[in-house]
Design a protein. Structure first.
Lengths: 377, 304
């Protein structure tokens, strides 16, 4: 089942929740709608399910117009953020509900319903809880019941709204892996909404990054992480240093102070440089270049992070594992190995320019270092 | 270490107040001195005894003043029997209708956004804020002989005022808010995610209501119905205006009590009154029993 979303717009009063959304979800694909709250991702999911109406645009299931069909006829499995389990029904009855409400002619016989429900509960590994009520279950178990219930109607499309949002970190990780396997097994076209970039990158075949009712970028997890097409995606996916700078005669200079950081081709004027913390290297100080000062070193599990001040600007750096950990206050040289420049004061759709690092060992001879100590404390 | 130790005692203090402590156990910060506590409890108890318990006892004492025989005779008297029947009939019509209206009103207020919603919410409270006498008067003005619809009704030989329909209408008006008031906050709090889930799974509107919404609200609904019933049987003011006080025909129990009382027939008056009081007590007991029996479920579905 493919889903074609064409030109969907939605307003709530004066607030534009979705603006001209176009997206194609391939058959059997697992797609993540990723964005901060208010980016419109849940609204889009609800429009696909028919729980919300779009102001304009269409949604096609397998090439067939769907928006004019009642949600109950769309055969969509929907997992709600807070599960929305029927609290007065046992787990068994919750899962059986979608089959029991079918019109008499299409309703499977009782024994078949029971068999199917037990098969689904086995699939989500909860067969032994069939007689419990939802409030007797843990969060992770409720989540799985909700999933079994959504699958019971043999949906053509599975939609999940923040499926792991209400779970603690450990359960979330387990369930994520489990859902990935389940999806590979069943191959149902699935769309899930999340604000957790790690979740989206780990689980999805493709990630749709959304912001303020628009799609910022669509791509595989690797693509959106490695080559973000907008500053927003850069900032939203993973940690990043955002440095205001300007480009003059092929050189990238810090906006404050004018210290050179590297080179750039094909652009001049103000820009924003995005650099991932692990794309910065700390080298022994070099007298030709201004020294940077290690302000803070902290270990978070296996990762060691450092805050390094260079020419009055703070950079977050992730130190390579097993490498030497500098001491606080130590003088080092900051080497940016990779980065991306987004021109400011330009059309936001304009593509970013690659940042060209200095050759290892020091700046290119042509670079005029100037008063590189400016701004240093 | 010192920090850990003090944390431990702080946590244990709640569970084990008897644990020997180096200093005398201080009373909780919000606690009062024993004297004040006693005084407050005393005042509350005295108030309850004088204003609630004593009158109740007085009703039953007066009713039984002439002995069981007189008590039973007073209740078996035809007019009293007619009043009892009329009261039960009125409640049997008004309560189910208000149950339906209440669910409808709560449904549209809790589930939909529309202009005039706050006005509707205010209107639902109108019967509580308006004097019952006026509620009755409204119906006389509408359906009475010289009322707005009076001539038309007379032409078609329909009697509303001074008959059962009028009494039922007045009762419905007065008891309308009970079910709606009980359900609106409940339904607002519960939201409609479960209904959406049912819808996506293919349930029709009626199936969703019957199997999802109704079970969700059943305790709130039952509360509302109990309160509504108690008031429907006990309503005096509004019914007094529209009933016309035709003995044995249009007098409900409260009206019958008043008639007997005005005739200085104390024993009979209190006998009927005691029956009303008994009905109220049964209602309250039923409510308490439900709360006790289904405490867990109530706690799970609502905060009361």
């Amino acid at each position: 089942m493919t889903i074609d979303i064409q030109g969907i717009s939605k307003r709530f009063g004066t607030y534009a929740a979705l603006q001209d959304i176009n997206l194609r979800v391939g058959a059997g694909e697992l797609v993540a709608l990723l964005g901060p709250s208010g980016s419109g991702k849940t609204t889009l999911l609800r429009i696909i399910a028919g729980l919300e109406t779009a102001d304009s645009g269409t949604v096609l299931f397998e090439g067939e117009e769907t928006l004019n069909r009642h949600p109950r006829d769309r055969r969509v499995g929907f997992v709600f953020q807070h599960y929305a389990l029927f609290r007065h029904m046992t787990v068994f009855n919750n899962v059986a509900f979608g089959l029991q409400v079918r019109p008499r002619g299409q309703r499977p016989p009782k024994a078949e319903i029971a068999e199917r429900v037990h098969r689904l509960l086995k699939l989500v590994q909860l067969d032994w809880l069939a007689d419990r009520y939802p409030n007797q279950l843990s969060g992770g178990q409720r989540q799985r019941v909700a999933l079994a219930r959504a699958l019971a109607i043999e949906p053509r499309v599975l939609l999940l709204d923040e499926p792991f949002g209400a779970l603690d970190a450990k359960v979330r990780k387990e369930l994520r892996r489990w859902l990935r396997h389940l999806h590979e097994e069943m191959g149902i076209t699935s769309v899930f909404v999340t604000h957790d970039q790690e979740e989206a990158l780990e689980l999805a075949d493709r990630v749709v990054v959304m912001s303020q009712g628009r799609i910022e970028q669509v791509g595989t997890p690797g693509t959106v992480y490695r080559t973000p097409s907008t500053g927003f995606v850069y900032e939203f996916l993973g940690d990043v240093n955002r440095v205001e700078c300007r480009v003059e005669s092929g050189q990238v200079l810090l906006e404050a102070g004018g210290t050179p950081l590297g080179g750039a081709a094909d652009h001049a004027g103000p820009a924003i440089l995005y650099v991932r913390p692990h794309d910065i290297e700390l080298l022994p100080p070099d007298e030709r270049l201004g020294a940077a000062t290690v302000r803070l070193v902290h270990e978070v599990g296996p990762v060691t992070r450092a805050e390094v001040e260079y020419a009055g600007t703070l950079f977050e750096v992730v130190l390579p594992e097993g490498g030497r950990v500098p001491a606080q206050g130590e003088l080092v040289r900051l080497s940016i190995r990779r980065g991306m420049l987004f021109p400011r004061e330009r059309d936001p759709g304009e593509p970013p320019r690659p940042f060209l690092p200095f050759r290892s060992g020091g700046p290119t001879p042509a670079v005029n270092l100037g008063p590189h100590t400016a701004g240093m404390g | 270490m010192a920090v850990e130790a003090s944390l431990d005692t702080a946590q244990d203090a709640g569970r084990l107040p008897a644990r020997p402590a180096p200093r005398p156990p201080a009373r909780p910060a919000t606690g009062e001195r024993p004297a004040i506590r006693l005084a407050l409890t005393g005042i509350a108890l005295a108030f309850l005894v004088v204003f609630l318990f004593l009158p109740l006892v007085a009703v039953f004492a007066q009713a039984l003043a002439g002995g069981w025989q007189t008590y039973l005779e007073a209740l078996q008297e035809p007019d009293a029997q007619a009043a009892i029947r009329l009261t039960l009939l009125t409640a049997a019509i008004a309560v189910p209708l208000n149950c339906v209206f209440g669910i409808c009103a709560a449904w549209c207020i809790a589930r939909f956004e529309f202009t005039g919603k706050s006005l509707l919410t205010t209107l639902i409270d109108l019967p509580f804020s308006v004097s019952p006498v006026i509620s009755g008067m409204v119906y006389v003005l509408l359906f009475g002989l010289h009322g707005l619809l009076g001539p038309w009704l007379r032409e078609h030989d329909i009697q509303i005022v001074f008959a059962l329909p009028g009494i039922v209408l007045a009762t419905i008006f007065v008891t309308f808010p009970f079910v709606a008031r009980e359900l609106i906050p409940l339904m607002q709090e519960q939201g409609s995610e479960e209904e959406e889930a049912a819808l996506v799974m293919g349930a029709s509107g009626w199936q969703t209501f019957l199997w999802v919404t109704l079970p969700k609200i059943r305790w709130g609904l039952l509360y509302g119905v109990l309160l509504c019933n108690a008031r429907a049987m006990g309503e005096f003011g509004a019914v007094a205006v529209v009933s016309g006080h035709i003995r044995g025909e249009t007098t409900t129990m409260p009206l019958h009590v008043e008639i007997l009382y005005n005739e200085y027939n104390m024993v009979a008056a209190f006998a009927v009154a005691s029956l009303l009081a008994l009905l109220a007590l049964v209602t309250l007991t039923a409510k308490a029993l439900l709360e006790w029996r289904y405490a867990d479920e109530l706690a799970a579905t609502r905060r009361h």
